[in-house]
Write a protein of this length. Structure first.
Length: 59
């Protein structure tokens, strides 16, 4: 597990989440811990390292 910091696409606060880097491709919805709005998270990992991370607002 790796802690990853990013900005919420709604409130722009820096938040963090734990990413299981043993899973190569992940996509899920997580609520912002500050403003509680839903964020679409997409993660691609290679060799237990986060290669690509996208946090987008739900449309």
């Amino acid at each position: 597990m790796n802690e990853h910091f990013f900005q919420c696409p709604y409130c722009w606060e820096t938040i963090s989440m734990l990413i299981d880097t043993s899973i190569r491709q992940q996509s899920y919805i997580e609520d912002c811990e500050v403003c509680c709005r839903p964020i679409q998270i997409s993660v691609h990992c290679v060799e237990n390292t986060i290669n690509d991370f996208v946090a987008e607002p739900i449309q």
